[in-house]
Design a binder for this molecule. Structure first.
Ligand code: HGY
Ligand code: MN
Ligand code: MN
Length: 422
C-alpha cells in the first residue's frame, strides 16, 4: 500500500475541523442573501481580507508551517519535505469573494489544502517534496478587474505591475491597495515572485450541477474553458429629458441597448454552450431627467472552443461599432484566458485517489475560470471538484455539505502525497 492510500492519512482528515474553519472564515464579511442564506462579501486587499489571512496563518503556524508573501500579495504556507530544495507541490485557491458571494468558492480550496497538509503531518507521512498551500491575490476580479492577477503574475504571464492603474468603484487603484496591504503584512517574510513547482492541484466546489445530478462524489477536472472580458465605454452628450428632441440626442443608454441587442445576436448558441454576460452597467449622470452621456458596461464571454472564443471575441468590437448610431465608443479587452487542458499526471492521481477511497467520480471540464488556468503553462496542473447544491455559486445560497468537502479534502491529501513522492 502506498502512503497516499494509507488509512491513517484518510482518517487524519478531520471533517469537523475543516467545517469549523470554513464557518470561522465565513464570519469575516458575513452577509445575508435575499432569501436569508448566509453568504460572504470579502473583497481582495481589504482589512477583511487581511483578517482572514491572519486567521489562516495562525492555524498554519500552529502546525509548524511557515508563511511568506510575494510582491503581489500571494500568500504561501510551506510544509517542509525531506528534500528541502526539491520542487514543491503547490495547492490552494483564493480567499477573496464576489460581492454577493458564498461561503465555499475559493476559500474551501485553501482550507482543504491546510486540512490535507495537517492530515499528512498528523499521519506521520514523510513527503520528499515540500508542499505549499497558496492563497492567490484577487482571483475574482470583482473589486479590481480582471481576476487571477496573483496567479498571472506568479506564472509570469504578466508583470505584477500590469494592473497598477486599475481602479475600484471608489477610485482606489490596485497599486495603492496592494502597497497598503503589503505594508500591513510587512512582518511576514517576503519571497521572490514566481517559482517552479513540480505540480499544482486546486480543490474547488464545482459551481455547476453535474456532480449532484449524476450523484458523483468527486469531479476529476479535465480543463477550463476560455474566458474573455471587455469593458465598453459609450460617450454621447447629456441633455434635458423634457426638451431635447430624440432626433438630436446622442443618448449613451440607447446606443448601449443597440450594442447589447447586436451582441446577443452574435452570441446566440442553440446548444447553450457559449456563455455571454453583461454583469455591470454604469450610467452617467444617472438621473431620470437627463439624457445619459456616458455608459460603461462589462462583457464576460466564455467558450470551451479556442477558435470560437477568438472569432466571436474579435467580432465584439466591430459588432458594437456597426450597431450604435450616435456615440463614440471604446472597447477594451481586460482578460484573455484561452481554454486549457489539465495534465494526466494530476488528473490520473486525482482519479486514482478517489477510486482507492471508494468514491465515485466523473471527468468534467470547468465552466468557471480558476488560478489553475494560469499554472498550466508552468507545471502539471489539475483540479478536484466536489458537488455544490443545485450548482449554485456567486450567490449566498452556495452550499456543500461537510461530508462532501471532507471527501474532497481526503482525495486532495492522497493526491498531494502521491505527487510529493514522485
Ligand atoms: O468568474 C469565474 O469563473 C470565477 O469563479 N471567478
Ligand atoms: Mn473560485
Ligand atoms: Mn468565483
Amino acid at each position: 500500500m502506498s502512503a497516499s492510500t494509507s488509512p491513517n492519512l484518510i482518517a487524519a482528515v478531520d471533517e469537523a475541523r475543516q467545517w469549523n474553519r470554513l464557518m470561522e472564515m465565513a464570519k469575516l464579511g458575513a452577509i445575508t442573501g435575499s432569501d436569508g442564506e448566509p453568504g460572504v462579501n470579502r473583497a481582495c486587499l481589504t482589512p477583511l481580507d487581511r483578517e482572514a489571512r491572519r486567521l489562516l496563518i495562525s492555524w498554519a503556524e500552529k502546525l509548524g508551517l511557515t508563511a511568506s508573501v510575494d510582491e503581489i500579495g500571494n500568500l504561501f504556507l510551506r510544509h517542509e519535505g525531506t528534500e528541502a530544495d526539491a520542487a514543491p507541490i503547490l495547492t490552494g485557491s483564493h480567499m477573496d469573494t464576489q460581492p454577493s458571494g458564498g461561503r465555499f468558492d475559493g476559500i474551501w480550496g485553501v482550507i482543504a489544502g491546510l486540512e490535507a497538509v495537517q492530515a499528512i503531518r498528523e499521519a506521520g507521512i514523510a513527503t520528499r517534496r515540500p508542499i505549499e498551500v497558496v492563497a492567490w491575490t484577487n482571483e475574482e476580479g470583482g473589486r479590481f478587474a480582471p481576476g487571477c492577477m496573483g496567479s498571472m503574475a506568479y506564472s509570469r504571464l504578466k508583470p505584477s505591475t500590469t494592473w497598477d492603474g486599475v481602479a475600484d468603484p471608489e477610485g482606489i487603484t490596485f497599486r495603492a491597495a496592494l502597497d497598503a496591504h503589503l505594508k500591513e503584512e510587512a512582518d511576514l517574510p517576503r519571497r521572490p515572485l514566481g517559482g517552479k513547482p513540480f505540480a499544482y492541484v486546486e480543490a474547488h466546489i464545482e459551481q455547476g450541477p453535474r456532480l449532484e445530478v449524476e450523484e458523483k462524489d468527486i469531479g476529476v477536472v479535465t480543463g477550463i474553458q476560455g474566458s474573455r472580458w471587455f469593458i465598453v465605454e459609450l460617450r454621447g452628450e447629456t441633455a434635458h429629458a423634457g426638451t431635447a428632441p430624440l432626433s438630436l440626442r446622442r443618448d449613451a443608454v440607447q446606443d448601449m441597448l443597440r450594442a447589447i441587442t447586436a451582441l446577443n445576436a452574435l452570441m446566440t448558441d442553440p446548444t447553450d454552450v457559449l456563455r455571454f454576460t453583461v454583469g455591470r452597467i454604469e450610467v452617467f449622470p444617472n438621473t431620470s431627467n437627463s439624457v445619459a452621456d456616458l455608459v460603461r458596461f462589462t462583457i464576460d464571454f466564455r467558450h470551451p472552443d479556442k477558435e470560437l472564443l477568438i472569432t466571436n471575441g474579435d467580432a465584439i468590437e466591430p459588432t458594437i461599432r456597426s450597431a450604435i448610431k450616435n456615440c463614440d465608443v471604446t472597447v477594451t479587452e481586460r482578460f484573455h484566458a484561452l481554454p486549457v487542458e489539465f495534465d494526466a499526471l494530476v488528473t490520473d492521481a486525482v482519479e486514482d485517489a478517489a477510486k482507492a477511497q471508494g468514491l465515485s467520480s466523473i471527468r468534467l471540464p470547468s465552466g468557471a475560470f480558476h488560478d489553475a488556468q494560469f499554472m498550466v503553462p508552468i507545471c502539471p496542473t489539475g483540479m478536484i471538484f466536489v458537488p455544490c447544491r443545485k450548482g449554485i455559486s456567486h450567490n449566498p445560497a452556495e452550499y456543500s455539505t461537510s461530508g462532501q468537502l471532507a471527501a474532497g479534502a481526503r482525495v486532495l491529501a492522497a493526491t498531494l502525497v502521491e505527487l510529493a513522492n514522485r
